[in-house]
Design a protein around this ligand. Structure first.
Ligand code: MLT
Length: 250
């Protein structure tokens, strides 16, 4: 069973799925700005306090669903950061009727390119030979905008160093094996929110604008001072974007 943490007790339930090398703590700053909701912050397989599981995002989505069953939660707004967005899409594919809305926060519905798959395989090799610390030391600074707050970056790096070799390697495999899920956006029966960062070096705004054109109902916001970590880089603005999106659905 996965580990999760609930904050707040509002009528509307927001589920938060973190990204790669993160755990539920990545949402703390944003959560402080999201008063009045019930926030379900889940540690994905192999991260935080959750056990490592098979490297398959569809299986991870079922594990996420087990959390809702355990909590008696039937309908909610699902928010996924990057890798968490890939899990959110796998979840939406399997259980579309449970979603009130879907938010991809610095994420994509496209599958990995062949180059990306090769790069991930090399990363697995690197992590297995050298451990987590030197890997995340290279990775994390590049996720933030160029003028990022050093303390925030160091805090994120420290949390990334706490993750495990097996957890990171299973996640890399699960990500490279995931299929294209653009059909989930094209066929979405719920409103979709896309949040991007103008300084994100992983996701191009061109590709994000293609995704934004797919759902029948889509809102798209670009955070001007964020890289790939808007929930930490601009938590107040990100929360405002989410609250305004949710208010329009009410
Ligand atoms: C993440 O932040 O979760 C990663 O950038 C996802 C990825 O490597 O595709």
């Amino acid at each position: 069973m996965l580990h999760w943490k609930i904050k707040g007790s509002g009528k509307e339930v927001l589920v938060l799925l973190h990204g790669f090398c993160e755990d539920h703590r990545v949402w703390y700053s944003l959560s402080d700005e999201l008063q009045g909701f019930t926030l379900v912050q889940i540690d994905l397989p192999g991260f935080g306090e959750s056990p490592v599981m098979e490297a398959d995002l569809s299986i991870w989505a079922k594990e996420v669903d087990a959390v809702f069953k355990a909590e008696g939660i039937e309908q909610f707004h699902l928010i996924g950061h990057s890798m968490g967005g890939y899990v959110a899409l796998a979840y939406a594919e399997a259980f579309p009727n449970q979603l009130k809305s879907l938010c991809l926060f610095h994420s994509t519905a496209y599958a990995d390119t062949a180059e990306k798959v090769e790069a991930r395989k090399k990363q697995v090799d690197f992590i297995q030979r050298n451990g987590v610390s030197p890997y995340v030391q290279q990775l994390i600074p590049g996720l933030f905008a160029s003028d990022a707050n050093r303390t925030l970056l160091e805090q994120q790096l420290a949390q990334a160093k706490e993750q495990s070799v097996v957890g990171l390697c299973a996640a890399l495999e699960a990500m490279w094996a995931r299929p294209d899920r653009t059909a989930v956006l094209l066929e979405a029966i719920y409103p979709v929110l896309l949040i991007s960062g103008s300084e994100d070096t992983i996701l191009s705004l061109e590709a994000q604008s293609e995704l934004a054109a797919m759902p029948k109902q889509c809102s798209w916001t670009v955070l001007k001072h964020s890289g790939h970590m808007g929930m930490l880089e601009e938590p107040k603005l990100a929360a405002q974007v989410i609250k305004e999106f949710l208010a329009r659905l009410a």
